[in-house]
Design a binder for this molecule. Structure first.
Ligand SMILES: [Zn+2]
Length: 261
């Protein structure tokens, strides 16, 4: 009985601190909306290919959504990183915006804080070095800045830790209902899922697959890796597996091949 009560008390504390953070983020957004400056737009054009290739009609929409993301998420330096610079905020924020660009109002509210480490960091939980991770319990997206930049440096190799972690956050958010957000439509999710087992099997059996080996670990990794390729190798992905690509188009409510010039 005591355990149950303690558990409930703990849940209550968790929920109230979560709601408090949500409230503060919301108030900050309303009171001090973060605006993207012309200089930052030029920076995005130079360093974020998805944005620079967007058709003019979508650029404005992208910037508005990016401003919402930047206004409602907290960026925190960790592991000896001196500060999260505006450039870091812009590029990480743009990655979040890109992955959820298909939704009108989605902002992955549950994941209220982005932790940025300078390099790979050691996790005491599973005793390995991480390039990034998501922590649904504490609403965190975590990235190593060095790995994030490496992911951006080659925009067409399907390796992008930023996209990877945001994809994990998106998939987790789909099962979290306290954020009052609706991510995947059940039909789109079912449609996507029908193609996954066969691809997982291909990767695990060592037959040639479009996706890297780590995608075979489990369905979560498969999804995150598939989303990386969806944005970075869209055409190759579509040629490799048109049905799976189209299923992701419906799931993510956007087609990079159509959106971009
Ligand atoms: Zn992963």
């Amino acid at each position: 009985m005591a355990t149950t009560l303690g558990g409930c008390h703990f849940c209550f504390l968790m929920l109230s601190s979560y709601l408090l953070i949500q409230f503060i983020n919301e108030a900050r957004w309303r009171l001090f909306p973060r605006k993207v400056t012309p200089q930052e737009i030029r920076f995005l054009d130079a360093h974020f290919p998805y944005f620079s290739k967007l058709k003019p009609i979508h650029r404005k929409e992208f910037l508005e959504k990016l401003e919402t993301i930047l206004s409602t998420k907290k960026f925190v330096a960790r592991g000896g990183l001196e500060e999260v610079t505006e450039e870091m905020e812009i590029l990480i924020g743009a990655t979040i915006t890109m992955v959820i660009f298909g939704w009108k109002n989605l902002r992955l509210a549950h994941f209220h804080t982005v932790l940025v480490y300078p390099n790979t960091y050691f996790s005491t939980v599973n005793q390995v070095y991480h390039r990034g991770e998501v922590n649904p319990k504490h609403g965190l997206i975590v990235v190593s800045w060095k790995c994030f930049v490496e992911g951006l440096a080659n925009p067409s190799d399907g390796l992008n830790v930023g996209i990877h972690e945001v994809a994990h956050a998106l998939k987790l958010a789909n099962w979290i209902h306290t954020d009052n957000e609706q991510e995947f439509s059940p039909q789109s999710w079912a449609n996507y899922n029908q193609w996954v087992p066969n691809e997982l099997e291909k990767i695990r059996s060592g037959s040639s697959s479009f996706f890297r080996e780590s995608a075979g670990l489990n369905e979560h990794e498969f999804f995150a890796v598939a989303v990386e390729s969806f944005f970075e190798r869209s055409l190759e992905f579509k040629n490799y597996h048109p049905q799976l690509y189209t299923a992701l188009v419906h799931l993510l409510r956007q087609d990079p091949l159509v959106l971009m010039n």
